[in-house]
Design a protein around this ligand. Structure first.
Ligand SMILES: *[C@@H]1O[C@H](CO)[C@@H](O)[C@H](O)[C@H]1NC(C)=O
Length: 205
């Protein structure tokens, strides 16, 4: 499980530095002092109803917003990293984790905070393919699949600071968490090949 994490540690540190500023994000547990526990419980229940209406999957996390602060309420099956990334493994999978330069093939379902499906490669009919370490994914997504193994199934909760960049004009609008159910299908080696001397591309198989 942990041999894959060496490389991501350095990145985690980077993310932690980036995310320790400006916008405090409170995750799961103790840190939050809720002003009013009744309000929180009420919000939690309200969220659960909305999630149910949206057909959110089982054990979906709950995002309780108070002003600009968000408290993530998730079951004990979730792990919170120092970077702020939260995940839960449904299947660990087998084999090696993907390395930079390799291509990963995966299916995913993306949800917003209300548990509404907003995107799915299952519905699109073909899995996503990206090369690791090429910044093709938002940082949290890449971090989330970096230590997965083929056959693995994981739910990744990406906090706003590991999500897509947000411009200055939207800085104070409420930044959202994103949730993805990811199924890592396979890992392919990639090679750069040169065609007729002046054009080159990358082939993965
Ligand atoms: C999730 O998506 C639905 C449908 O687009 C929308 O009504 C809802 O407000 C969204 N929730 C959040 C938290 O953005």
């Amino acid at each position: 499980m942990f041999q894959c994490e060496e490389k991501s540690k350095r990145r985690l540190l980077l993310f932690a530095l980036v995310s320790s500023g400006l916008f405090p994000t409170l995750s799961s547990s103790a840190k939050t002092k809720s002003k009013n526990p009744y309000d929180e419980r009420r919000l939690l229940e309200q969220n659960r109803r909305i999630q149910k209406d949206n057909n959110a999957p089982e054990d979906f996390p709950n995002f309780v917003r108070e002003g600009f602060q968000v408290k993530v309420v998730a079951s004990d099956s979730y792990v919170t990293r120092d970077s702020g990334l939260i995940y839960r493994d449904f299947e660990v999978g087998q084999g090696d984790c993907p390395k930079d330069g390799q291509q990963v093939t995966f299916h995913y379902i993306g949800y917003n905070e209300s548990g509404r499906r907003i995107d799915s490669t299952y519905i699109q009919g073909s899995p996503a393919k990206i090369r690791m370490g090429t910044k093709a994914l938002v940082p949290g997504f890449e971090e989330g699949i970096r230590d997965m193994r083929p056959g693995g199934k994981r739910r990744i909760i990406i906090p706003p600071e590991l999500g897509p960049p947000v411009g200055p004009s939207t800085f104070f609008s409420s930044k959202q968490f994103e949730v993805f159910d990811v199924e890592l299908l396979g890992i392919q080696e990639c090679q750069r090949r040169t065609i007729v001397g002046f054009y080159s591309d990358v082939v993965c198989n």
